[in-house]
Design a protein around this ligand. Structure first.
Ligand SMILES: *[C@@H]1O[C@H](CO)[C@@H](O)[C@H](O)[C@H]1NC(C)=O
Ligand SMILES: *[C@@H]1O[C@H](CO)[C@@H](O)[C@H](O)[C@H]1NC(C)=O
Ligand SMILES: *[C@@H]1O[C@H](CO)[C@@H](O)[C@H](O)[C@H]1NC(C)=O
Ligand SMILES: *[C@@H]1O[C@H](CO)[C@@H](O)[C@H](O)[C@H]1NC(C)=O
Ligand SMILES: *[C@@H]1O[C@H](CO)[C@@H](O)[C@H](O)[C@H]1NC(C)=O
Ligand SMILES: *[C@@H]1O[C@H](CO)[C@@H](O)[C@H](O)[C@H]1NC(C)=O
Ligand SMILES: *[C@@H]1O[C@H](CO)[C@@H](O)[C@H](O)[C@H]1NC(C)=O
Length: 309
């Protein structure tokens, strides 16, 4: 009785999995296809095999093999990275596909770009072309699936232009470090006769540029003024200067550009005309800027974290 039970358990176990030494072979996720699935192509490798199980074993030797065709009469396994029934209509045998592959294009994470996939028996790798309004952070952006099913990136696509109000992303991080010649552009509409503020901030919370556009502010001397200053790491505002050229009207669209020049100044453009030049603080260089913030009485309609002014 005990022996018979053991035998049943063993036979069951052998039917479900086959082992040679330490290797444990899972076959349950493999499904045989029929009908139109039989139109296959794209073999990279073939191997001798007397059964489906031997073909699965051959397929498993390659990290990204997820399909094969088993030709019973010629005892051949044609291995493929993925089922490809688009190209030729040769019927070479029984088609199998792994319904639970570790890696497939379908399970790829969503990226901010279109992907051109290259799927081979040993890799699944895609070259990413960033969508409009997204920028590549490395020369080439790649995504790939590792043999264990985890995904890996080389670079990425980060949004750097926003055009759809309401703008809820402030304060917004820059995709890459500021170099001299960098400009940020803000389009918007002042919403009240008070002020709006543009802040170029560092990771430590200081502001190499604190730009306040003041219709009216508590201090009488600074009405209708572009007021530029710094915010130190301890939170104090300092170095403020007022500029009288104030071309803003409540309810009217403006186009503001702030440029970090190569001679250690910030230049402020409004509607393509330079309105102010402000020195950079020696201890707060523009290259430390990581984040841009826009706040107070304004509706932003467009933000470009990299623009030409
Ligand atoms: C198996 O391969 C042989 C020789 O390549 C071919 O003639 C035959 O049609 C194949 N069998 C099936 C079922 O497709
Ligand atoms: C993004 O791609 C362009 C063109 O392929 C390249 O010139 C540029 O250097 C890349 N950007 C970065 C940060 O590598
Ligand atoms: C896609 O873009 C958004 C916004 O810039 C960013 O938060 C996200 O990390 C990006 N996704 C990838 C996979 O790069
Ligand atoms: C500036 O605005 C403040 C606040 O509204 C007001 O009290 C003050 O009279 C204004 N100053 C000038 C010179 O217009
Ligand atoms: C912040 O630092 C500056 C310069 O070191 C100093 O003059 C100012 O008093 C400090 N402010 C505060 C609030 O500690
Ligand atoms: C800084 O350089 C720009 C050109 O890059 C020039 O127009 C401007 O006058 C310079 N400003 C100062 C303060 O030297
Ligand atoms: C202007 O902005 C300030 C600060 O964000 C806010 O308290 C105030 O209510 C705003 N004024 C109007 C008219 O919305």
């Amino acid at each position: 009785m005990w022996t018979a039970l053991c035998l049943i358990v063993m036979v069951n176990w052998m039917l479900n999995s086959l082992t040679t030494g330490m290797e444990h072979l899972t076959t349950s996720s493999w499904r045989r296809l029929s009908g139109q699935d039989l139109a296959v192509s794209g073999y990279e490798v073939w191997a001798r095999g007397r059964s489906k199980v031997e073909c699965i074993r051959e397929c498993n030797k390659y990290s990204h093999c997820t399909s094969f065709v088993f030709n019973v009469s010629s005892r051949t396994c044609y291995l493929q990275p993925a089922l490809d029934n688009t190209a030729n209509t040769a019927h070479l045998g029984l088609v199998y596909v792994n319904t639970e592959p570790d890696c497939s294009v379908e399970t790829a994470p969503t990226l901010n770009g279109s992907v051109n996939w290259a799927h081979t028996l040993t890799s699944l790798r895609g070259k990413v072309t960033c969508y409009d309004d997204f920028i590549n952070t490395t020369n080439d952006v790649f995504v790939q699936c590792n043999a264990d099913g985890s995904w890996e990136w080389e670079g990425g696509c980060i949004q750097y232009v926003w055009k759809d109000p309401p703008m809820s992303m402030f304060p917004v991080g820059l995709p890459f470090p500021v170099k001299s010649g960098w400009s940020v552009c803000v389009e918007g509409i002042p919403t009240s006769n008070e002020r709006f503020t543009v802040e170029l901030m560092t990771a430590s919370g200081s502001q190499p540029l604190h730009a306040d556009f003041r219709f009216r502010f508590d201090s009488a001397v600074f009405n209708n003024t572009i007021y530029l200053g710094y915010r130190l790491i301890n939170g104090s505002f300092t170095g403020g200067q007022g500029y009288d050229d104030f071309p803003f009207t409540v309810g009217q669209l403006f186009r503001l550009g702030v440029k970090a020049t190569n001679n250690a100044t910030f230049e402020i453009y409004v509607d393509d005309i330079i309105r102010a030049t402000f020195p950079q603080h020696p201890e707060l260089p523009a290259s430390d800027v990581t984040t841009v913030n826009v706040r107070n009485n304004v509706t932003v309609t467009r933000l470009d974290l990299w623009c030409n002014v």
